[in-house]
Write a protein that binds this ligand. Structure first.
Ligand code: DGY
Length: 336
């Protein structure tokens, strides 16, 4: 019997088609965003799901979908999935790490540079027909990136990739704060020094937030933290909405307590805090950090590999390449 699986968001058809060889696939080519009850309804009887950040996989959903055995999420982040609730119910969770590291680091760096050098703000000025005489000496002056101090909050794979860009590409001094200090040999590979959070806030010229979302990380950058930053500093968030307090950031940008910001993620996205929309000194992008063609294809492909392996139908694999809760996998494999 072919197991039924659900693909909750539209993806590359040729990659999704790989699932059709083994599974009875229900997909969502129109890319409708389903409500939680709609998602539960569509998951009835499904053995596995290819999910995305917009799907909330929690205890209520799991209890309503007892046949579900695998939740394969596209993205390195999986804060939309209650992993503990999955684990106690024997549901395998997978994500798509590594394949997006360099692409997302490129984007974080680009967003930081755009904020520092006021690229979108000045482009709007030009497109708006306001460039009527050649540049004044102080027209759109911003902050230098080369030689500046780059601060990184959250020093996982993407944080380290950003550090390497800063240190070796732009001769920046790189400081970071993380739950734990990295081993010395890893710090050396990205020429980064561990500092406490207060030092990070105080000394960064450009602070990039890459910490995964968790209850502890909620509003890790809020009004109090923004006040500790330099008035010339920029803040870039490519982690998750909610790690930065967007309302507090809008106030800080308005009052000039920091110079500029770059945001790819938002609290409650796709809604964006109206006060941020009204600020010229913030570059806003719609959660596209990993959005290069090859990386988005690699993420989808890894997700499909995970689903095929998690449900044990693939000719070549039996263990998902990137499980989040491998302990479930061991007992699931034992029971097959
Ligand atoms: C990730 O991989 O976590 C990206 O933010 C896409 O959700």
């Amino acid at each position: 019997m072919r197991l039924p699986v659900l693909v909750t968001r539209a993806s590359f058809p040729d990659i999704v088609n790989r699932l059709r060889a083994d599974f009875d696939v229900t997909d969502n080519p129109d890319d409708t965003i389903w409500t939680q009850p709609e998602l539960i309804e569509r998951l009835q009887g499904k053995s596995g799901a290819m999910t995305a950040g917009s799907d909330r996989i929690d205890a209520t959903l799991l209890d309503a979908c007892p046949q579900l055995k695998a939740v394969c999420n596209i993205g390195v982040g999986y804060n939309n999935v209650d992993v503990d609730a999955c684990t106690v119910r024997g549901v395998i969770v997978t994500n798509t790490p590594d394949v997006l590291t360099e692409t997302t680091a490129d984007f974080g760096f680009a967003l930081m540079m755009a904020a520092a050098r006021r690229i979108t703000e000045s482009e709007h000025y030009l497109r708006g027909g306001l460039w009527t005489k050649t540049g004044r000496y102080d027209m759109f002056v911003g902050g230098d990136v080369h030689g500046a101090t780059l601060g990184i909050l959250g020093m996982g794979r993407i944080g380290q990739a950003i550090a390497r860009r800063g240190a070796f590409g732009f001769d920046m001094r790189v400081i970071y704060h993380n739950r734990s200090q990295l081993p010395a040999h890893v710090e050396e590979t990205c020429r980064a020094s561990y500092v406490d959070k207060a030092t990070l806030l105080r000394e960064s010229d450009h602070l990039i937030v890459v910490v995964p979302y968790s209850a502890d990380a909620h509003h890790a950058i809020g009004a109090a933290e923004l006040k500790q930053m330099k008035s010339s500093a920029t803040l870039t968030n490519i982690a998750r909405g909610g790690v930065v307090d967007d309302e507090a950031l809008a106030v800080a940008l308005h009052e000039g307590s920091i110079a500029a910001a770059g945001l790819d993620v938002f609290e409650g996205e796709p809604r964006v805090c109206p006060r941020l929309l009204a600020q010229a000194n913030v570059v806003l992008t719609p959660h596209i950090g990993s959005a290069s063609v090859s990386t988005r294809r690699a993420m989808a492909s890894l997700c499909v590999d995970n689903l095929i392996a998690a449900l044990g139908r693939g000719p070549s694999a039996s263990k998902p390449p990137t499980p989040v809760n491998p302990q479930v996998l061991m007992s699931a494999l034992a029971q097959r």
